[in-house]
Design a protein around this ligand. Structure first.
Ligand code: F6R
Length: 227
């Protein structure tokens, strides 16, 4: 899955060197980022004209915190490849509302996202757009659901304070991406993955809204596909 996803990234940047990539964190894309770092070190990839925008960041969180998405992205990808510009919502800001407005403006000024990478939560969230009766268009500060807090608690050590809110881009930016690549990995995701192929939009599964986008590729590993 990671190798095939890296091929999609490689094609994108070869066809359009100044591509804008939408990036995700979590365990799912780590294999892809490792593969991109490997290909870059072998001289097979060049991101020197490309930009990236991450989907989300915990709030509040220090950039130096090992669980911040800032730290994650630098560790797994940005320290190893050569993006011209990288952007992540600022988990340290004291004005999150302004940060959200500014983040959307930066994506727009970059010309929107060419290729949006997504993972999916056990509850069907994309970015941190959690199941809800309403979905946000713009970048916003959102409460994380208990299911997401539980799923991500594995990354925080015992006694450590886990942020319960996050900054996340909304469906406006996700839907304005020209292409979407959704990665689904692991047996734990088999159930939610299956729902995406029902040809139905479930109001309580944010990822099912992606069926409305004209260019979505879903790649999953064997364990996720076995559902
Ligand atoms: C991460 C993100 C989340 C994750 C999802 C799956 O930036 O936006 O939607 O993609 O929670 O996480 P993993 O891959 O850890 O199962």
């Amino acid at each position: 899955m990671s190798y095939a996803a890296a091929d999609v990234f490689a094609r994108q940047v070869a066809q359009k060197p100044d591509s804008v990539f939408g990036l995700a964190t979590g365990s799912t894309p780590i294999g892809l980022y490792d593969e991109l770092a490997k290909r870059y070190s072998e001289g097979k990839l060049d991101f020197s004209k490309a930009k990236s925008f991450n989907l989300d960041e915990y709030y509040p969180i220090k950039r130096t915190h090992e669980q911040s998405y800032y730290y994650f992205m630098n560790h797994y990808l940005f320290d190893k490849v050569n993006f011209a510009e990288t952007h992540i919502p600022d988990g340290e800001t004291d004005n999150p509302e302004q940060e959200c407005v500014d983040y959307d403006a930066k994506i727009k000024a970059a010309g929107g996202v060419d290729l949006q990478l997504l993972g999916i939560g056990f509850n069907g969230h994309v970015g941190f757009n959690e199941p809800s009766s309403t979905y946000m268009m713009r970048t916003n500060l959102t409460d994380l659901t208990n299911s997401t807090l539980e799923a991500n608690s594995r990354f925080f050590s015992e006694g450590e304070i886990q942020p319960t809110t996050a900054l996340t881009i909304g469906f406006g930016a996700i839907f304005s991406a020209k292409k979407i690549l959704l990665l689904i990995s692991g047996a734990g995701k088999a159930e939610i993955a299956k729902k995406l192929f029902d040809d139905k939009i479930y109001t309580d599964i944010p990822a099912s809204l992606l069926l409305l986008h004209p260019d979505v590729t879903v790649m999953m590993d064997k364990a996720a596909a076995e559902g």
